[in-house]
Design a protein around this ligand. Structure first.
Ligand code: GDP
Ligand code: MG
Length: 602
C-alpha cells in the first residue's frame, strides 16, 4: 500500500455519543471482525472498560476497504484509532491524534454538542486534522439533527452540509462514513524515500511476546530484523516481529510509510518504551518528531496493602499494572498509621478509581487508599519552595514556618440546559470558582467557563454537578496556572494521636465544615471497641471538631457466648474476613470503608 492509499483517522466524541459502537460497525463493515461476534465495543478490552462502559486505553485497528477513487476501484488501508471520552484521559486522546490526519467528530443527535465535544474538537483542530462531523443516533425519537447542525456551525464553524447522519444502532447512513474518510482526509504526509522515523504511540507487556509497541511509521519503512534506536535513550534494539493490528496482531514483516502497527524488539520493560519517543534505524541521524505533552498528574493518593503483610504482593501488582498504564507515577512512602505503601499520581479521580479497580480485578490486590490530594506548592520562611503531594509531609503547625501557598487551578467548561444555570452558578461559587464566560449555544443550552481550584473539582464535583442537573450537565477541564491561596493542614486525631494517613490540606474558609464532616463520618464508620474513642479534627494545636465513640458494653459481647457452635464459628470467620480490611491505628481498628468515605468530603 503506497501512502496515497492509506488513511489514518480517529473517532472523537463526548462520552456515550457512540464512538465505540461506530468503531464496531466500521470493523464489521470491512470484515475485520465478524458481525454479531457477541462482544460489543470490541476495542474496549479491559474489564473495567466493559463494566463502566468507558474507554480507557486508546486502541488501534487496521481495516481494508475497496472504494472507487479517481475513477477506478482502489484498495485502501484504513487505520482507526479509538479514543477515550472521559476528561481524565484527554492525554490518551492527544496521543492518538498525533498519528492521524483526520477525525470523525461524533455528536449524539439528541444531546447535541457537549463539553467533551468542545474539548476534543479543539484538540483535533489544533493538530490540523480534517474533521468530519458525524451526527449519530438519528434513530432516537428525540433526535434533532438540524439543531445539532446549527450548533456545529455556531460553535466550530463547521459547514452543516458536511455532516453525515448515522445510526450506529440501525446501520442507517453508515455506508457514507468510509467514503468520506477516504475522500476528505488527506493521506499521511511522510516520505517513503527518507530514513525511517516512527512515533511510539503506546506500549504494553505481553507474557509471551514481551514488550509490544504500537508505532506510526512517519517516514521510511520498518522491516523485521531491522536494527533500530530510540532518539530519547540512544538504546538500540533488533526488531523481531512487526505487523498490523487487524485488530489482533497479524505479522506482516514490514510496515510502510504512513502505516500504524505493532513492533516487538526485545525491550525488557515498558519503561524503555517511552510513549512519544521517535525510533529510527540505528546509525542514521534524524530529527526527532515532536513528542507528546507528558501526562500531568492532577491527583495524588497513598496506596497501602489492606493487610500489612501484603506489601510485596502490592508492589508486584503495581509494577505489573504500571507496565500497561504508564500514566501513573509511583514512589514508595511510609505512614505511621498504615505502614509501607506507595504514593501514586493520577490524571484524575476516575483514573484513580480505574487504577484501583484494575489492581483488584486484574492483579488480586487489596488496597486502602488515602484521601486524594492535588499538588500544592508551599514556600517556607527561608525562601525555599516545595511541591507537596502528601499532606502528611507538611509540619502540623505550619504557620510559623510557611510564608505562602499556591494551589493548581483548572479552566472548566460546563454545558447545561438553561433551566439549571442558577443551581450550577451556586455550586461553582461554593467550590470557589470564578466565572470567566457565560453564553448560550442555542435557545436551550448554556455554556459556561470557570476558573476553579483543582482541589474543588477532584473531590466529587462531577457527581454533584450531574445530580443537581438531573444528569444533563456535561463537563470538561484543562489545567491552568497556580494561584495563591489560604491553605491549612487539617489533622485527624484518634485518642489524641494524629493519623497521618487521614491528614488533608483544605482552604481555611472550609476547614470548620470539612473537619465537622470528617469526624462525623468517622464516628459512623468506626465500630465501637472495648474502650472509648475520641475523634478530633485539628488545625495545628487547635481542635475544631470532636466526637466521642463510647465503649462497647460487656453484655453485647456476652451474646456471642453459648448457643449454636456453628453459628459462633461463622461469626468468628466473619470477623476474620472483616479483619482483612481493617487497619489498626494505635489501638483503634479502622475499617477500609472509613478511608473510602473520607475521600468524599470536600
Ligand atoms: P462511547 O462512550 O462514545 O464509546 O459510546 P458507546 O459506543 O459505548 O455507546 C453508548 C451507548 O449508546 C451504548 O449503549 C450504545 O449501544 C448506544 N448507541 C450507540 N450508537 C447508537 C445509535 O446510533 N442509536 C442508538 N439508539 N443508540 C446508540
Ligand atoms: Mg467507548
Amino acid at each position: 500500500y503506497p501512502s496515497d492509499n492509506i488513511r489514518n483517522f480517529s473517532i472523537i466524541a463526548h462520552v456515550d455519543h457512540g464512538k465505540s459502537t461506530l468503531a464496531d460497525r466500521l470493523l464489521e463493515l470491512t470484515g475485520t471482525i465478524r458481525k454479531g461476534h457477541g462482544q460489543p465495543q470490541y476495542l474496549d478490552k479491559l474489564q473495567v472498560e466493559r463494566e463502566r462502559g468507558i474507554t480507557v486505553k486508546a486502541q488501534t485497528a487496521t481495516m481494508f476497504h475497496r472504494h472507487k477513487f479517481l475513477g477506478s476501484d482502489t484498495d485502501f488501508l484504513l487505520n482507526l484509532i479509538d479514543t477515550p471520552g472521559h476528561v481524565d484521559f484527554s492525554y490518551e486522546v492527544s496521543r492518538s491524534l498525533a498519528a492521524c490526519q483526520g477525525a470523525l467528530l461524533v455528536v449524539d443527535a439528541a444531546q447535541g454538542v457537549q463539553a467533551q465535544t468542545v474539548a476534543n474538537f479543539y484538540l483535533a483542530f489544533e493538530s490540523n486534522l480534517a474533521i468530519i462531523p458525524v451526527i449519530n443516533k438519528i434513530d432516537q425519537p428525540t433526535a434533532d439533527p438540524d439543531r445539532v447542525k446549527a450548533q456545529l456551525k455556531s460553535m466550530f464553524d463547521l459547514d452543516p452540509s458536511d455532516a453525515l447522519l448515522t445510526s450506529a444502532k440501525t446501520g442507517q447512513g453508515l455506508e457514507q462514513v468510509l467514503p468520506a474518510v477516504i475522500e476528505r482526509i488527506p493521506p499521511p504526509p511522510g516520505k517513503s524515500t527518507s530514513p525511517l522515523r516512527m512515533l511510539l504511540l503506546d506500549s504494553y507487556y505481553d507474557e509471551y511476546k514481551g514488550v509490544i509497541c504500537h508505532v506510526a511509521v512517519v517516514d521510511g519503512a520498518l522491516h523485521k530484523g531491522d536494527k533500530i534506536s530510540s532518539a530519547a535513550t540512544g538504546q538500540s534494539y533488533e526488531v523481531s516481529d512487526v505487523g498490523i493490528l487487524h485488530p489482533e496482531l497479524v505479522p506482516t514483516g514490514i510496515l510502510l510509510t504512513g502505516q500504524v502497527g505493532f513492533m516487538v524488539s526485545g525491550m525488557r520493560s515498558t519503561k524503555e518504551a517511552r510513549v512519544g519517543d521517535t525510533l529510527h534505524h540505528a546509525r542514521t541521524v534524524i530529527q526527532p518528531l515532536p513528542g507528546f505533552k507528558p501526562a500531568k498528574h492532577m491527583v495524588f493518593s497513598g496506596l497501602y496493602p489492606a493487610d500489612g503483610s501484603d506489601f510485596e504482593a502490592l508492589n508486584h501488582a503495581i509494577e505489573r499494572l504500571t507496565c500497561n498504564d504508564a500514566s501513573v507515577s509511583v514512589t514508595k512512602e511510609s505512614s505511621t498509621a498504615l505502614g509501607l505503601g506507595f504514593r501514586c499520581g493520577f490524571l484524575g479521580l476516575l483514573h484513580m478509581d480505574v487504577f484501583h479497580q484494575r489492581l483488584e480485578q486484574e492483579h488480586g490486590a487489596h488496597v486502602i487508599s488515602t484521601v486524594p490530594t492535588v499538588p500544592y506548592i508551599f514556600e517556607y520562611s527561608d525562601g525555599s519552595k516545595v511541591e507537596v503531594q502528601n499532606p502528611a509531609a507538611l509540619p502540623s503547625n505550619p504557620k510559623n514556618r510557611l510564608t505562602a501557598c499556591w494551589e493548581p487551578t483548572v479552566i472548566a467548561t460546563i454545558i447545561i440546559p438553561s433551566e439549571y444555570v442558577g443551581s450550577v452558578i451556586t455550586l461553582c461559587a461554593e467550590r470557589r470558582g470564578e466565572q470567566l464566560e457565560y453564553s448560550f449555544i442555542d435557545s436551550q443550552r448554556a455554556f459556561m467557563k470557570y476558573r476553579m481550584p483543582l482541589r474543588e473539582i477532584v473531590v466529587d464535583f462531577y457527581n454533584e454537578l450531574k445530580s443537581i442537573t438531573s444528569g444533563y450537565a456535561s463537563f470538561d477541564y484543562e489545567d491552568s496556572e497556580y494561584q495563591s491561596s489560604d491553605l491549612v493542614k487539617l489533622d485527624i486525631l484518634l485518642n489524641g494521636q494524629p493519623v497521618d494517613a487521614m491528614a488533608t490540606i483544605v482552604h481555611k474558609s472550609k476547614a470548620p465544615r470539612v473537619g465537622r464532616e470528617l469526624v462525623e463520618k468517622l464516628k459512623k464508620f468506626i465500630d465501637r471497641q472495648m474502650f472509648e474513642i475520641i475523634i478530633q479534627a485539628a488545625i495545628g494545636t487547635k481542635v475544631i471538631a470532636r466526637e466521642t465513640l463510647s465503649a462497647m458494653r460487656k453484655n453485647v459481647l456476652a451474646k456471642c457466648y453459648g448457643g449454636d457452635i456453628t453459628r459462633k464459628k461463622k461469626l468468628l470467620e466473619k470477623q476474620k474476613e472483616g479483619k482483612k480490611r481493617m487497619k489498626r491505628v494505635g489501638s483503634v481498628d479502622i475499617p477500609q470503608e472509613a478511608f473510602h468515605e473520607l475521600l468524599k468530603v470536600s
